[in-house]
Write a protein that binds this ligand. Structure first.
Ligand code: NAP
Length: 304
């Protein structure tokens, strides 16, 4: 039996593992997708304290190297079910079942979908949720990116280096993302911003060849002749597996305060998965440290 199971190998989960190991505990990290979580898809990180500039992949690898050098066990297995309301918690994957007295849920959040016609049918055929992963397939082509947050702004800048033309579609006339990014974006000649606009339909038989957008103020529709549509409209919780066990807010984020404690003893929610105001790498890493500290205290209390 492990001392704790950490769900997720993003900055939060890996930081939790780092701290757990330094508390002399034996954590198991389960990751269903990719080491580093969302940062593995982030082209450039420029707001992590102490590091002027680093790619998301480099930061993820540095974290991974740091924790594996300490002997932390990380398994690439997707959790499929869990039992968290008993003293010994169990997490099942398709490969096996794992037990521990404490669980840290650090599974992040997933990309939100547009929900417009053509999106599901053409996903992987021109519709993408990751510009850094798929952008190079659209070299010298005309593409669109939807969203007005930091992800969309960063991705538009990234795509503008690769693609002939980038259309940025945002539903309002002001960006949610940082001014430093929007200023950089507005200086780029091959980025055209469509404010007050929403996607109506993604078209194409075998692959994307068109995005129809509608101006929400005038009602006018426009067909953009794009071969790629990148969706960057934010995140949503990915917590269905914990339904009925861990309490959530109305949006589905796990209810936990700054101490990362949930309604269940020995179960901690940390990083983007929990209710919080600011979802950043630095806040995810901070949560990982706090959750490991609280989990260590909990485990010690069991032995008193
Ligand atoms: P976000 O900040 O939540 O922004 C989502 C954007 O998509 C918003 O502009 C929103 O419009 C728009 N949107 C939401 N639902 C939509 C829909 N159904 N149709 C059309 N547009 C829709 O998400 P994010 O950009 O992915 O960022 C997530 C978090 O990571 C944020 O906290 C962000 O600051 C952080 N992040 C930080 C950095 C950085 O610091 N360098 C980089 C990337 C991400 P409205 O503006 O009208 O709501």
């Amino acid at each position: 039996m492990y001392d704790m199971i950490i769900l997720g190998a993003g900055p939060c989960g890996l930081t939790a593992a780092l701290y757990a190991k330094r508390y002399g505990l034996n954590p198991l990290v389960l990751e269903r997708n990719i080491y580093g979580g969302q940062i593995a898809n982030t082209p450039e990180v420029e707001n992590y304290p102490g590091i002027k500039h680093i790619s998301g992949v480099e930061l993820a690898m540095a974290l991974y190297d740091q924790v594996t050098a300490l002997g932390v066990e990380i398994k690439l297995e997707a959790p499929v079910s869990c039992r968290l309301d008993t003293p010994v918690k169990e997490v099942r994957t398709q490969q096996g079942a794992y037990e521990a007295p404490a669980v840290i849920i650090a599974n992040g959040a997933r990309r939100r979908k547009l929900g417009c016609p053509g999106e599901d049918r053409l996903t992987g055929l021109g519709v993408s949720y990751c510009a850094t992963c798929d952008g190079s397939f659209f070299r010298e082509q005309e593409v669109a990116i939807v969203g007005g947050g930091n992800t969309a702004l960063e991705d538009a800048l990234f795509l503008a280096n690769i693609c002939r033309k980038v259309h940025l579609i945002h539903r309002r006339d002001q960006f949610r993302g940082n001014k430093i990014l929007s200023d950089a974006l507005l200086r780029r000649e091959n980025i055209q911003v469509h404010y007050d606009s929403v996607p109506e339909e993604i078209g194409g038989e075998e692959r994307v060849d068109r995005l129809t957008i509608r101006n929400v103020k005038t009602g006018d529709t426009t067909d953009l002749p794009v071969t790629g549509v990148f969706v960057a409209i934010g995140l949503e919780p990915d917590n269905e597996m914990f339904a009925g066990q861990v309490e959530t807010d109305r949006a589905g984020y796990l209810l936990a305060g700054e101490d990362c404690k949930t309604n269940l003893e020995g179960v901690f929610a940390a990083g983007d998965t929990r209710t919080k105001a600011l979802r950043q790498i630095v806040t995810a890493a901070a949560d990982g440290a706090v959750a490991a500290f609280e989990a260590a205290n909990y485990i010690n209390s069991l032995n008193e």
